[in-house]
Write a protein that binds this ligand. Sequence first.
Ligand code: FES
Ligand code: FES
Length: 161
Amino acid sequence: MTSTLNITINGAPHEIALDDPRATLLDVLRERLGLTGTKKGCDRGQCGACTVLIDGRRMNACLALALSHDWAEVTTIEGLAEGDTLHPVQQAFIAHDGFQCGYCTPGQIMSAVGLIAEGEAGLDPERVREGMSGNICRCAAYAGITDAVLEATRASGTRTE
Ligand code: FES
Ligand code: FES
């Protein structure tokens, strides 16, 4: 039986027919909408490469049943920049060499955007590392990632205490 998913991705509404009710949001993004910036690393909730924002909260898209998020608003890495202007978190990752091969980077950046919005880690490097611990980097670019998140937090003016 075909089900219909109504979902807004990066501000654009979509109505998507799904033959498989078990389709994950990750597969819908990548295979139905061509939004391949969201990466499939482990496909089992262990690496964070697939992190997106669902209604403003960071989640692993590989663990999210698409139909469970009917009418949700999703932001992916493709939705962060405004025209030619990168999002401040993207700029901070470049400034601080927060990546090497780049495979984990979209997930890292989406997780950082969510973490900064949560306002829980502030400017404490240890709490930033803990807050980003769901995002694995096989290139071990962790020092640059932490520095980038700290700089982006400073730039955001988010509560830091
Ligand atoms: Fe989703 Fe690894 S692909 S957590
Ligand atoms: Fe290569 Fe993180 S930059 S996995």
